[in-house]
Design a protein around this ligand. Structure first.
Ligand code: HEC
Length: 199
């Protein structure tokens, strides 16, 4: 083959290569793959029917209202995570955490034979529904220095379900508070709005 012919062939091949390269580059620019911010798949967690509400943390719904809609059976299921560290039934021994039978309405850090953290003892007060709600939202935020390493429930309905279940673990369950339309900040002395009865 003459070198002139060979040059033509080589030129054609080179031209084709160049052409393919240009297509490849421009295709890459046009159809740039989207890199996800977080690697992996996002798994949509199924929430209770109440999921229609925005998942924001504040403003918090008063615990009275949340308890009015709480599901004790669901709370019992959720309480299995507590059982990694707590016993829940009457007369059971303390584990990593204190026994929680009758905890609703119980003075804080009062379970006999349990060695509470200094922070828990110093906080004082009683485990009211409201206190439990605040604690279970983020134990170490609410009582810095607590030994309870559980992260808490972000979902207020999950907290209410668990608290509603904890309430049943008692010889004399504390009466459920009446749901109010008033914001959480209303003073405890004020009368709660009367229940509407058919007139
Ligand atoms: C990883 C272990 C762990 C898990 C899980 C856990 N707790 Fe605790 N909990 C503790 C420890 C430890 C303490 C004692 C805290 C202290 O003394 O500071 C405690 C204390 C408490 C107290 C205070 C009791 C009292 O007598 O004053 C309550 C209420 C409580 N936990 C509720 C719960 C609930 C409800 C769950 C499940 C939603 C849960 N905990 C999950 C370890 C745990």
């Amino acid at each position: 083959m003459e070198s002139f012919e060979l040059n033509k062939v080589l030129g054609a091949v080179l031209g084709l290569c160049l052409c393919l390269q240009v297509i490849h580059l421009s295709a890459g620019a046009i159809f740039a793959p989207k890199v996800p911010a977080k690697p992996g798949f996002e798994i949509a967690v199924k929430q209770a029917e109440t999921a229609a509400q925005p998942a924001t943390k504040a403003p918090e719904e008063p615990i009275e209202n949340l308890l009015a809609a709480a599901n004790v059976d669901h709370g019992k299921e959720l309480s299995r995570v507590c059982m990694a560290c707590h016993t829940l039934q009457k007369g059971e021994p303390n584990k990593i955490g204190p026994n929680l039978y009758g905890v609703v309405g119980r003075p804080r850090a009062s379970e006999p034979g349990y060695d509470y953290s200094a922070a828990m003892k110093a906080k004082g007060g009683t485990w009211t529904f409201d206190e439990l709600n605040k604690f279970l939202a983020g134990p170490r935020n609410y009582i810095p220095g607590t030994k309870m390493t559980f992260a808490g429930f972000d979902n207020e309905h999950q907290r209410a379900d668990v608290i509603a279940y904890l309430r049943t673990l008692s010889d004399n369950p504390v009466p459920l508070p009446t749901a109010t339309a008033a914001p959480a900040s209303s003073k405890p002395g004020e009368p709660s709005s009367p229940q509407k009865k058919g007139s």
